[in-house]
Design a binder for this molecule. Structure first.
Ligand SMILES: [Zn+2]
Ligand SMILES: [Zn+2]
Length: 208
């Protein structure tokens, strides 16, 4: 039996974002509270380093700027141009990171995958597209389908049709995200501070 608090799996997320207040109070590179990590290396005024173009992500150190640079470079221009309520949305920021990663063919990220444990000490390579999407369930609920259609419209305005693709394709991406992602709380208060999509976690049999 798995007790609350037991670590059942440790894995790096395929895509992750800070959510809610944590987006303002935590470093977007290492996800630690800014107040804990900003020291002498913290950049201007000890308040960390904020992206000067979109004025959104803050980082505790130049190393964290670098660690997020590949991902943030893709989203920065769209973030800078987006209305405040769009770019503050956890869902929009998560989908933006995911869609831009999937659309980036320069680093072979279209096929991005990772080795995951399988069976008796075996391993296999798994990509985003191997994840279950439960597409039919998502499109058979009228209320949910309205939500997805609205999100598809928002994301297309935000990132452009070449990144977002058709509504059908978007349903598959949205479904895989919702089925395979988890909120992560960083402390005893159990307040979600980050939201991550994990490829490896989907090997845990989930029947919900
Ligand atoms: Zn950091
Ligand atoms: Zn930026």
């Amino acid at each position: 039996m798995v007790m609350p608090g037991n670590v059942v799996l440790e894995a790096a997320p395929f895509v992750a974002v800070l959510v809610g207040d944590a987006a303002d109070t935590h470093c977007h590179g290492c996800f630690r509270p800014m107040e804990d990590v900003v020291g002498d290396s913290g950049g201007e005024g000890g308040g960390g380093i904020t992206c000067g173009r979109c004025n959104l992500p803050r980082y505790c150190s130049p190393a964290c700027v670098d660690s997020d640079a590949r991902t943030h470079t893709r989203e920065c221009a769209a973030m800078a141009a987006a209305p405040e309520q769009v770019r503050r949305s956890n869902m929009v920021r998560m989908l933006a990171r995911l869609l831009l990663k999937l659309a980036d063919k320069s680093g072979g990220e279209k096929e991005a995958g990772e080795e995951v444990p399988r069976g008796r000490g075996g391993k296999s390579r798994r990509t985003f597209w191997d994840l279950m999407s439960h597409e039919s369930e998502f499109s058979s609920s009228e209320r949910l389908f309205k939500t997805i259609t609205g999100l598809h419209w928002t994301m297309t305005n935000f990132l452009g049709p070449s990144v977002v693709g058709s509504l059908d394709a978007f349903v598959g991406v949205y479904g895989r995200l919702m089925i395979n992602s988890f909120e992560v709380s960083g402390d005893q208060r159990q307040v979600a501070k980050a939201w991550g999509l994990y490829l490896a976690a989907s090997v845990i049999d989930h029947s919900w």
